[in-house]
Each structure stands twice: as C-alpha cells, then as structure tokens.
Design a protein around this ligand. Structure first.
Ligand SMILES: NC(=O)c1ccc[n+]([C@@H]2O[C@H](COP(=O)([O-])OP(=O)(O)OC[C@H]3O[C@@H](n4cnc5c(N)ncnc54)[C@H](O)[C@@H]3O)[C@@H](O)[C@H]2O)c1
Ligand SMILES: [Zn+2]
Ligand SMILES: [Zn+2]
Length: 451
C-alpha cells in the first residue's frame, strides 16, 4: 500500500510522457466538475476510497470532452478478479475517489462530432482497454498494448514499455473513470465499442469486454491444441471459461486446481463442464503436492499449464511475509508449481495479474527441462471480440455457464465484499442499473442485499 502511494508521488515528480492522445487522470468527473462534469445530472458510481474500502458515491455525470468521446448509459457491468487486486491495493497508483469497473455495456447517450458508425441509442459493449486504433499495435488489433492512450511514466520505466489505458484501473494505466456507474465516458468510442445484435442480450454480450477475450487469449496464446492435456490454476470465471475454450480447441483432458474458501468453485465448474477433472489443493494428503498429483494423473504431467489466479495470492507464509515486507510484489509459488508440473518442453501461460517482481523463481527447472513460459499479456480484446460474438451467437461459448447473480449497482459496495470472500457461490455477476432491460431469458433473477 505504501508502495502504491509512493508510486503516485514518483509519477507526480517525474511527470507523464507526451505520447497520449486522450485526456489522462479523469477517474471521477468530480475531480474537476467544470471541465469533466455534466452540470445537468448526477449519477451513482462505485469508488475506491482506500485499501479494502470501496463506497457508493453520488458524482457528476461525465460529459464529452473530446471529439471522439461517447457517453454511455450503462446497462450492464460486473466485478472482475482484477478488481480485487485494486480493492486489496495490490495494483499501484490508485487515488481516493477513483471510479472502478472495466467490463461494461450500455446504450449510446451522446457522442462527439468525430464519432463514426454509431448513433444515439445503439446498444454496445466496451473493451476494457482504450485503444487509439491507429498506432503500430492497434493496426494489428493488439489493442491492450496501444501506444497512445496511457502516458504513465512509472509503468514505462518499470516494464520497459506501457500497456494501453484501461477503464477503472488506476493511474498506472492512464487514470480513466470506470463503468461500475450509471454513466461512463468512452474515449475514441468508434474504436472501443462493439455493437451488440438483438439476438445477444446484455447478459451475454457484456462479457466480450474482458472475461471471454481474456480466457480465449489465454488458451490460444499459450497454444492449446488438439489432444493436449491442460491444467488450469484458478476456477474463477477466467479459469472456467479457459476450461470451456480449451475443449473447444481440442484439449483431451482439462484439470482444474483451486481450494480454500473457493473450493466450491471446483464443484460449480464440474457441474457446468462435466468433462473436467479437479484437484482441491487444500484436501491433498500430507506429502502430496499439486505437482505430484498431476504426475499421478497424467504420465509426465500436463502438456500445458494456464495461470488464472494472480501473483498476490501467496500459498505459504514465506511469500506472504516477503510481500508484506515489500521484498517482492508477487509470489512465485503458482508459477513454480506450473513449471514443475508440465511435461518437459511443456508450455505455461500467465493470464492472472502479476504486478512487479518475484523471488525464488525456479529458473533451473525452466531451463533444464525446456519449459516455455509465456506472459499472455493484458488480453487484446479487439483481436478477438468479433469472432467471440459469433461464437456466442452459434452457442460455441456460453457466458451463462459462469453467470450466477444479478445485482443492483446501488449495492456494489456490499457485493465487492461478498465476491472477495467467495461468499454466496458468486462466480460471475451481472450488475444492472436504472437503464437496464429486464433480465433476459435464462439469466439469473435479481438478488438484493440491502433491505
Ligand atoms: N490478462 C488479462 O487480460 C486479464 C483480464 C482479466 C482478468 N485477469 C486476471 O485473471 C485472474 C483470474 O481472474 P478471475 O476473474 O477468474 O479471478 P478470481 O479472483 O475470481 O479467481 C481466482 C481463483 O484463483 C484461486 N486461487 C487462489 N490461489 C490459488 C492457488 N494457489 N492455486 C489454485 N487456485 C488458486 C482463487 O481461490 C480463485 O477461485 C485474476 O488475476 C485477474 O486479475 C487477467
Ligand atoms: Zn478484468
Ligand atoms: Zn493505438
């Protein structure tokens, strides 16, 4: 946490780069009402107020500040596992009052004169990243790595390059207000919004924003192919959809690993995807490790390992304390488990979020056994979303497999706590606002928590 705030100070001292073509650090219209806020209306939004503290706030509706802006009436949003990293303060450069949320869909409320191909009332989904559409990466649709929407200097120095700007994901990725709100401003809306056809309800189309593209990227970027045995760490929404999509890509076996407070997720995934096999790491007998169990299940271990957890979740005390003391930002335990588990020359893909540096990395096993370790990156949504929309329409991927709850935006502060504690068997939620349509056929009915 101290690191998060010192990164804010360092960023201030060093100043932003000059690469961004869109306004930076507009994480809440109330930051500068006159410049960013529409005086005619207020809105409800979920704001980060400090470590493990998110609150509902009443703030200004955003207004158009650039020619290619679209203001959306949000009709659906959700919480991602990545939002928990913000809640926990694991991601640096958050500021009090930042509006969160990077997966959302809605209807066009208004737009700047430079927006082509959209009109008021259009139903659209946003990509979690903000891309310019024209730079070297955008030309290849590698939208998550756009060079022109994030001018953060700390990220550039730490990583040797920047990611694109992202909605509701701290000043480290540009400082954009997110979509866990009633309205949201989408910069370069003609590039970062995809129209949803009438046969795809919000309750399915919303997930093109992030989880579907991320799971698909995890599977194809790590190279899951016909006949592969795939092990997946983490049975959250990303791991679950990566399991479904591994089968789509021809995997012969998929083994999911999870445990602790989220053990129920293994049963949940098994119910939705009966072909999967599971390992509950908290139930393993003394002397049996995830690696040894995987080798018992498959000679030599799986061909492919997919990381759908995150570096902030230490398994043992050693890494817990190293992180607490600032000796590392991320644990190496899960990646080491993946490396030692796969067959020699096996592949390991990392999709779960890792922020900085890790200790005790098993580089020996990686080198000697020829393991291919692949950072999957923030998923380039634009590369995949049209194909994935088609897959939804043809029933080749089904977001309802992970969707368990429909909740109200007004209750998001409570929902964050429940989702974080893995309570109420909350796998993936759909957040409605006053602008949402009634629940689509086959999607969950509304659950309310405040009386
Ligand atoms: N790369 C991208 O573009 C991208 C996009 C979206 C999400 N993500 C990341 O993907 C990860 C998964 O997302 P999610 O929404 O499914 O998150 P989630 O938090 O809902 O699920 C993570 C799961 O990992 C499990 N887990 C914890 N420690 C474990 C261990 N040692 N072994 C096995 N499982 C363990 C947890 O119990 C939990 O069920 C998160 O880190 C998220 O930030 C990345
Ligand atoms: Zn996400
Ligand atoms: Zn770009």
């Amino acid at each position: 946490m101290a690191m998060s705030q010192s990164a804010n100070l360092a960023e201030k001292a060093m100043g932003h780069g000059d690469n961004a073509v869109t306004e930076q650090d507009m994480t809440n219209p109330a930051r500068d009402r006159a410049k960013y806020g529409d005086p005619s209306e207020t809105m409800k939004a979920l704001a980060w107020m400090g470590k493990n503290d998110v609150q509902m706030v009443e703030t200004n509706k955003p207004k158009i500040i650039e020619d290619r802006d679209v203001i959306l009436k949000v009709t659906g949003s959700t919480i991602c596992g990545s939002d928990l990293h913000l809640l926990h303060g694991a991601v640096v450069e958050l500021q009090k009052g930042d509006i969160l949320g990077h997966e959302f869909c809605g209807r066009v409320d208004s737009m700047g004169a430079g927006v082509k191909g959209l009109k008021e009332g259009d139903r659209v989904v946003a990509s979690f990243q903000i891309a310019c559409g024209e730079c070297m990466y955008c030309k290849k649709k590698l939208s998550s790595q756009c060079e022109r929407t994030n001018s953060n200097t700390i990220e550039n120095a730490m990583y040797g390059g920047r990611t694109a700007g992202m909605f509701g994901y701290s000043h480290f990725t540009g400082g954009f207000a997110g979509g866990q709100a009633e309205y949201v401003r989408v910069p370069m809306g003609d590039v970062n919004l995809l129209k949803l056809p009438d046969d795809v309800p919000d309750e399915k189309g919303l997930y093109l924003s992030d989880v579907l593209a991320t799971s698909w990227n995890c599977v194809v970027d790590t190279g899951v192919k016909e006949g592969d045995v795939v092990a997946i760490w983490g049975a959250g929404p990303i791991g679950e959809m990566a399991a479904e999509m591994s089968f789509t890509n021809g995997a012969s076996r998929v083994i999911m690993i999870d445990g602790g407070a989220a053990s129920w997720r293994l049963d949940f995934c098994k119910e939705k995807l009966p072909k999967i096999e599971v390992i509950n790491y908290t139930d393993l007998p003394r002397g049996t490790t995830v690696t040894s169990r995987l080798k018992e299940m498959e000679h030599g271990g799986p061909d492919v390992a997919l990381e759908c957890v995150a570096g902030e979740y230490a398994k043992g005390w050693a890494h817990y304390f190293e992180m607490l003391l600032g000796a590392e930002t991320d644990t190496s335990e899960i990646i080491n488990e993946m490396i030692t588990s796969v067959k020699n020359f096996g592949r390991c893909g990392i999709t779960g979020v890792y922020v900085g540096f890790t200790n005790h990395f098993n580089i020996g096993s990686l080198m000697e056994r020829g393991i291919r370790l692949i950072g999957n990156g923030q998923a380039p949504v634009h590369l995949y979303w049209e194909q994935l929309l088609q897959m939804i329409r043809e029933g080749k991927t089904d977001p309802y497999k992970m969707l368990t709850h429909r909740v109200k935006v007004e209750e998001m502060d409570i929902i964050y706590k429940k989702f974080d504690a893995r309570e109420d068997h909350m796998q993936k939620i759909f957040v409605q606002t006053r602008f949402s349509d009634p629940p689509a056929k086959g999607s969950p009915a509304l659950t309310t928590y405040k009386s």
